[in-house]
Design a protein around this ligand. Structure first.
Ligand SMILES: Nc1nc2c(ncn2[C@@H]2O[C@H](COP(=O)(O)OP(=O)(O)O)[C@@H](O)[C@H]2O)c(=O)[nH]1
Ligand SMILES: [Mg+2]
Length: 448
């Protein structure tokens, strides 16, 4: 059966809002920031790898809603303390960014506070490094209390070593909520202590949240509509797949808003079944050490889904490693048992044989091209199978006195149709077979 015959309707809904502590420059004004991105190859990082990382940085910037207006890949021979690059090269880049109309420069390399400040002076633009960009993305995607705390912790830990060197700049540009503008050693010392105090506080709060959560997790009342989360590396094509499946286009809308909130869409299948599909925060190749926990807790909530759609990039030479890492992390955040579909995307970019190889290596996986809408029919079939396997279709009439059974069905099954009658709830639903006995007295008819 093809995707067309299923008639996929789509409707967008947005879940969650950006957390309060994201004082984000990107929200100011309605224009997307125009970014010039700079990759760095060096003796430690060959040009090819630097190019891959730069591609990823572009994806990250895109996730955050930046418009990329230009890029450079620089071959760094010797790092300089003031600008990282030699002054001639630095000026060249600043000029290129200016010519491209950029208002922001993003480096695919860690910048010290001094380097960042010097770059901002040299270019009269906002300047970020990779870690800061990633922190901003996590902050925009953190939904749970724990994720928000983890991200705040990462932000504070990131800013602490940069504090002494560029106190004024940091507070002015980073929109920190700790203290106002000021200068002098004493003030820096006060703020350092304030930040350290807050770091301790967050760690305590995190511990408390974790204790609570082990009880709550997964036990949360599930919505009647099943949820699927799209997971995988940045640039694998998660957003493209979401778009292709819902046949809607994020980019056409208010992109700033769309990308600052985790995007969840509703897919309605022809049979009347619906599914909420969430695009999750992507895995990153060289995730800075201090951001690992923030990443995990940001992914965690979304990964507590009924189904995971794991997208891998066929054109990426490291695809196997990425799949293994993704599976490992999913296991570690308690999502290892969630049913999964492995999707090999971008098959239009690789040879037919390597797709065949992949499918043989990962039995049950599905090959697609999100941008060319190839293979989506098979994927939709698989999604529907996964949602309904082990489920039995039933039509029920449950007296209001037995309302707890309605709650049970909403929690454990899928409600396809629901009508309130005077003394009962009429339901057409799918319920795991193991629970059928609980409702057997109220079955009107088995369903297809
Ligand atoms: N050739 C090709 N490019 C794709 C495909 N799917 C996604 N892309 C491109 O890969 C890049 C990353 O896609 P995106 O959906 O943003 O990835 P995400 O970071 O996982 O959300 C974009 O430039 C897409 O246009 C595909 O099936 N074929
Ligand atoms: Mg994306």
């Amino acid at each position: 059966m093809s995707a067309n015959s299923k008639e996929i309707r789509s409707e967008e809904s947005k879940v969650g809002t950006a957390p309060e502590h994201v004082v984000d420059v990107h929200r100011v004004g309605s224009e997307a920031p125009r970014a010039y991105i700079v990759g760095i190859a060096s003796s430690e990082l060959c040009k090819e790898e630097a190019r891959e990382l730069l591609d990823e940085l572009r994806g990250l910037a895109d996730t955050l809603g930046l418009e990329i207006v230009g890029e450079s890949l620089v071959n760094l021979r010797e790092k300089t303390p003031s600008l990282l690059l030699g002054s001639g090269k630095a000026q060249e880049i600043a000029d290129a960014a200016e010519a491209a109309g950029a208002d922001t420069i993003v480096f695919d390399h860690t910048l010290s506070a001094v380097q960042q400040r010097n770059w901002e002076k040299l270019s009269s633009k906002k300047v970020y490094d990779r870690a800061e960009l990633i922190i901003k993305i996590f902050a925009s995607r953190a939904l749970t209390k724990e994720a928000n705390l983890q991200v705040e912790l990462a932000q504070l830990q990131y800013s602490l070593p940069r504090l002494a060197h560029s106190y004024d700049d940091l507070m002015r540009q980073r929109g920190g909520r700790y203290g106002t503008k000021g200068s002098g050693e004493q003030k820096i010392e006060l703020d350092r202590r304030e930040i350290e105090r807050r770091i301790h506080e967050i760690k305590d709060e995190l511990e408390a949240v974790r204790k609570e959560r082990t009880v709550q997790r997964r036990r949360r009342e599930r919505a009647a509509v099943p949820r699927a989360a799209i997971v995988g590396y940045t640039n694998a094509g998660k957003s493209s797949l979401l778009n292709a499946l819902t046949a809607a286009n994020v980019k056409a809308e208010d992109k700033l808003f769309a990308t600052l909130d985790p995007t969840t869409r509703r897919i309605a299948f022809a049979q009347g079944q619906t599914l909420l599909l969430t695009d999750t925060v992507g895995f990153v190749r060289n995730l800075p050490h201090g951001l690992v926990e923030a990443f995990r807790s940001t992914l965690e909530e979304a990964a507590q889904a009924d189904l995971l759609i794991h997208v891998a990039d066929a054109s990426d030479p490291k695809v196997d490693t990425h799949i293994a890492t993704t599976l490992q992390v999913l296991g570690e955040i308690g999502a290892g048992e969630v049913p999964r579909i492995l999707v090999l995307n971008k098959i239009d970019l690789v040879h037919h044989e390597s797709v065949e190889d992949f499918l043989a290596r990962y039995p049950g996986s599905i090959a697609v091209s999100a941008t060319l809408s190839q293979g989506l029919g098979a994927l939709v079939d698989r999604i529907q199978d996964a949602l309904t396997s082990g489920m039995k279709g039933l039509t029920l009439r449950i007296p209001h006195a037995q309302y707890h059974l309605v709650s049970l069905i909403m929690r454990e099954g899928t409600v396809l149709e629901e009508k309130q009658e005077d003394d009962a709830t009429w339901l057409r639903c799918r319920l795991p077979e193991r629970l059928e006995w609980r409702v057997k007295d109220y079955i009107i008819a088995p369903d297809a």
